[in-house]
Design a protein around this ligand. Structure first.
Ligand code: 3PG
Length: 215
């Protein structure tokens, strides 16, 4: 596995964030995540200024991995690289985006939920792919079924994952890490509930450990 994939897998959970006020919240949020043992963030382009948020979070927490989510065009990839972002996540598989990110040397995790998309990911030599929207697309059962013909991939599911089903996903050796917004909801961010975010991260890290503890 690449260094980036190893680091993300070791953390085990990736907060998926929509940040409406990067100047106000990016630094505090980064610190809250790190304090909870989750030094990684996927900041989505569902809100404008995701690149600004990435830059500010990296400045506040230089050891953190901060990537971009909901990336749908190459201009966003350029903006993320300029902001010092560590990785790119896209909701679906767009070969143009994957090729562009690889050409620029930035790790990309495109969303794949079908055998045809896995075929494409194979062509691009990817090791880890996003599986989105996980629960709505068949969840762990589908991930396991696809790993039959495609055992070379580790998967990062997002969509419908919470403290309730996190352990079930992470217990599977196919899962690199789980993404989710449950620890960084709009309500928690907008009311600056940083301690609560830290606590949800701590609980998640506990579940990562439990799920991976050898039996
Ligand atoms: C994503 O973009 O990865 C998902 O929307 C996160 O899904 P969730 O909000 O159900 O955790």
């Amino acid at each position: 596995m690449t260094e980036m994939n190893k680091r993300i897998s070791a953390i085990g959970v990736v907060p998926v964030i929509k940040l409406n006020h990067p100047e106000r919240d990016a630094a505090a949020l980064g610190k809250a995540l790190c304090a909870g043992g989750v030094p990684v963030a996927e900041i989505t382009f569902r809100a404008a200024g995701a690149d600004t948020a990435i830059r500010l979070m990296k400045e506040a927490c230089p050891d953190m991995l901060v990537g971009a989510g909901t990336v749908t065009n190459t201009a966003q990839i350029d903006a993320v690289i300029a902001a010092g972002g560590d990785f790119i996540v896209s909701p679906g598989f767009d070969p143009e985006l994957v090729a562009y990110a690889q050409e620029k040397g930035v790790p990309i995790y495109p969303g794949c939920t079908t055998a045809s998309e896995y075929h494409q990911a194979l062509k691009f030599g990817l090791e880890v792919i996003k599986f989105f929207p996980a629960e709505q697309s068949g969840g762990l059962a589908k991930i396991k079924a696809l790993s039959g013909p495609f055992p070379m991939f580790k998967v990062m599911p997002t969509g419908g994952i919470s403290l309730k089903n996190l352990k079930e996903y992470l217990a599977s050796p196919i899962i690199a890490a789980c993404g989710g917004s449950y620890m960084v909801t709009a309500e928690l961010i907008d009311s600056n509930k940083w301690d609560e975010i830290t606590e949800l991260c701590r609980k998640s890290v506990e579940i990562v450990k439990e799920a991976r503890r050898p039996s």
